[in-house]
Design a binder for this molecule. Structure first.
Ligand SMILES: Nc1ncnc2c1ncn2[C@@H]1O[C@H](COP(=O)(O)OP(=O)(O)OP(=O)(O)O)[C@@H](O)[C@H]1O
Ligand SMILES: [Mg+2]
Length: 323
C-alpha cells in the first residue's frame, strides 16, 4: 500500500452513486429500488440481516454483477460491463474471495499486486498490516479461515486503491485481529480513501462508520450517521437497579418508565426520558448501585429490522426514516 494517498476531492461528485437499482434472482427480489450516494472520503457501512441483499448490492457497485434496472456510477463512470479504467482505483474483498490456493501467501499477493501494477514493496508492507507478516511461505490452502480472510483483505488493499469495498471483512477475525483491522481502516480513511463495507458487528459499525445504511429485504430503509440515528430514533435507555431496592410495581409507576423487567440481579427500567427517571429513582431509593445503559446502534438496528422485516409478525410498513 505504498501508492500515493488520494486527495478526497469532495467537490468532484460522489465516489459511488446508485439510482433506483433493482436485482431479482428467479422470483426473489434481492435489491429493491435502492438509491444511495457514497461520498468521496466517506466510511459507509451497509447493515442488514442475512439475505437482505448487502452482498448483491455491493457486487453491483463493484461491477461484478449487473443490475436488472437502475443506474450505478463509480467516480462518474459505469462499473458494468467490466470497466478496466476503474479497476486500479478499486479494491474488492468479496464474501467468498477466490485465491490462488497452490501458491504461498507471498506469491499470491505478489500475483495480485502484479495484476494491478503495484510495487513489490507494497506486498511486504500489506502483509505486515494485516498481520500475516510471519506467514509469507505458508501455502494458501494451509491457512486458517481467519488468516485467509486477512489475505483477502490484503488483496483488496495492496495496490492502494481510492475506493475500498469490503464484504464482512471482520467476520472470521479473532478479537485482536478485528481491533487491528479497525486501526488499518481508520488509517485508510485518514488518507482520504473511501470505504464501503458490510458487517454484522454493530459495535464496529458504530465505532467506524461516518454513515450507515440498513437494508431489509432488499430495501434501504435508513441512511444516517450512527449517532444521529441513535439520538433521533428514540431507542430506549435501560436503568439497572439492584433487586430489593424498589418494588417492581412502584418502579413501573415512576414518571418516564416505559417497561420493567427482572434480569439477573437487577430490575431493568426502560425509558426514553433518562433524566426524569433518574430524578424519580433518586427521590425514592437513591442512585447508589444504579447503572445506566444508553442505547446503541445495535438497539436501533434491532428495532428497525424487527419492524421492517415482512416475515416478522410484529412488522409494520410505516416506519421509514430516511435522513
Ligand atoms: N447467485 C444467486 N442466485 C440466486 N439467489 C441469490 C444469489 N445470490 C444471492 N441470492 C439471494 O439473494 C438474496 C440476497 O442475498 P445476499 O447475498 O445479497 O444477502 P446478504 O445481505 O449479503 O446476506 P448475508 O448477511 O448472509 O451475507 C438472498 O435471498 C439470496 O438467497
Ligand atoms: Mg453477504
Amino acid at each position: 500500500m505504498t501508492s500515493p494517498s488520494p486527495t478526497a476531492d469532495r467537490g468532484a461528485g460522489p465516489a459511488v452513486s446508485v439510482g433506483d437499482v433493482t436485482k431479482t434472482y428467479g422470483d426473489r427480489r434481492a435489491v429493491d429500488g435502492v438509491c444511495l450516494d457514497v461520498r468521496r472520503g466517506e466510511f459507509f457501512g451497509l447493515l442488514g440481516p442475512n439475505g437482505a441483499g448487502k452482498s448483491t448490492l455491493v457486487e453491483i457497485m463493484e461491477g461484478l454483477r449487473k443490475a436488472d434496472s437502475g443506474s450505478v456510477t463509480v467516480f462518474g463512470e459505469s462499473p458494468w460491463p467490466r470497466n478496466t479504467a476503474l479497476l486500479p482505483r478499486m479494491g474488492v474483498q468479496t464474501q467468498s474471495s477466490a485465491f490462488f490456493v497452490r501458491q504461498t501467501v507471498h506469491e499470491h499477493l505478489r500475483t495480485v499486486a502484479a495484476l494491478f501494477g503495484a510495487e513489490r514493496a507494497a506486498v511486504d508492507a500489506t502483509l505486515d498490516i494485516v498481520g500475516l507478516g510471519g506467514r509469507h511461505d505458508v501455502r494458501v490452502d494451509d491457512l486458517s479461515g481467519g488468516q485467509r480472510q486477512r489475505l483477502a483483505i490484503a488483496s483488496a488493499l495492496v495496490h492502494g486503491p481510492e475506493l475500498i469495498f469490503l464484504d464482512e471483512p471482520t467476520a472470521s477475525l479473532d478479537p485482536e485481529g478485528r481491533r487491528a483491522l479497525w486501526e488499518v481502516l481508520r488509517d485508510l480513511k485518514a488518507e482520504g480513501r473511501t470505504i464501503v463495507y458490510t458487517t454484522h458487528h454493530l459495535d464496529e459499525a458504530e465505532a467506524l462508520c461516518d454513515r450507515v445504511g440498513i437494508l431489509v429485504a432488499g430495501r434501504l430503509v435508513v441512511t444516517d450517521e450512527p449517532q444521529h440515528l441513535i439520538s433521533t430514533f428514540g431507542a430506549t435507555s435501560r436503568m439497572l437497579v439492584p433487586l430489593g431496592r424498589i418494588d417492581e410495581r412502584k418502579a413501573a409507576s415512576l414518571p418516564g418508565v416505559d417497561a420493567v423487567t427482572v434480569q439477573g440481579g437487577h430490575l431493568v427500567l426502560e425509558t426514553r426520558a433518562t433524566g426524569k427517571v433518574l430524578a424519580a429513582l433518586d427521590a425514592v431509593t437513591g442512585l447508589d448501585g444504579v447503572q445506566t445503559r444508553t442505547p446503541s446502534l445495535e438497539d436501533v438496528y434491532l428495532d428497525i429490522t424487527t419492524r421492517q422485516n415482512p416475515q416478522n409478525p410484529l412488522a409494520s410498513n410505516n416506519q421509514e426514516h430516511q435522513v
